[in-house]
Design a protein around this ligand. Sequence first.
Ligand code: TA6
Length: 306
Amino acid sequence: MIYTITLNPAIDRLLYLEEKMESRKTNRIREIAYDIGGKGTHAAHVMSQLNVHHLALGFIGDVNNNKFKKILKAKHIKDDFTVVRGQATRECYIIIDRNTTGTTMLTEKGMTVSEEDKYAFIENLKAKVKQDDIVLIAGSLPINFTLNDLRKLIGVLKEAGCFIACDLSGEALKLAVEMAVDFIKPNEFELNELNSTKENTIDYLKNLNNNIQYIVASLGEKGSYCVHDRKVYRVLPPKVKEVNDTGAGDCFVGAFLSGLYKHLSIPETLKLASACAASKVMHHDSSTFSLEDALRMKELVKITEI
Ligand code: TA6
């Protein structure tokens, strides 16, 4: 089973503009749509498409529970979120213009979770997670969920003995590295922050691999590096027409963990993940990708060991 933990999920409000957004101008909205938001839920959607046994966990607010659950259902995501009373799941705004020169994301802070909410969430997790499971913690932390709470959460998973994957940033990512989780996916900016002594990137990743089994360093449309077993793989995605890159990294993580879960080889796992992410950027919303296209594009992904 793969559990995804999205501590601070969102409803993505997709704002399609007539033209490129500019300051000091009236930016007309052509169309509005909604999608599931939050990094773990996106990964869960990929797992559902790849027929991987999954369950989405985390916190959701009861104020707009129906709206959120409706989107989860449409995306075939099975869930057991801890419901936070009197709070609303945040909305994040994704701005997409007609000429698609990249999207702009505006994220709300999210809800406030109480000590009782955190307790209920941890107890639910303790009762579920077993040694053979993979658990992904992804995205930002809600208000009042501290680094100490994250330390406790990772500690509970360590005790269960499961595989721990983290798609986190900032101090939360540093903590995941310090606690030697099994998977991280820093982007270029996060990698620079981690590599504070500015060591050569490949050497730094190899050193990190002494404590962390799988590292994917994502470079956006330039692909990624993956380090596992002291081997470094350079991954070049197929060239596609990008319309919305939001959620592409989450899609990669969902497919990568699904590949591990299905015991695919590393090159096969990387091909699948890269092709799913490439398909994602060709779609307008934050989570949709075509499995059919991904399976076709898999063979166009270039992997070299360096
Ligand atoms: O990666 C895309 C996305 O999950 C969006 O759906 C959006 O809601 C946002 O990221 C949330 O990011 P955060 O880091 O605040 O959890």
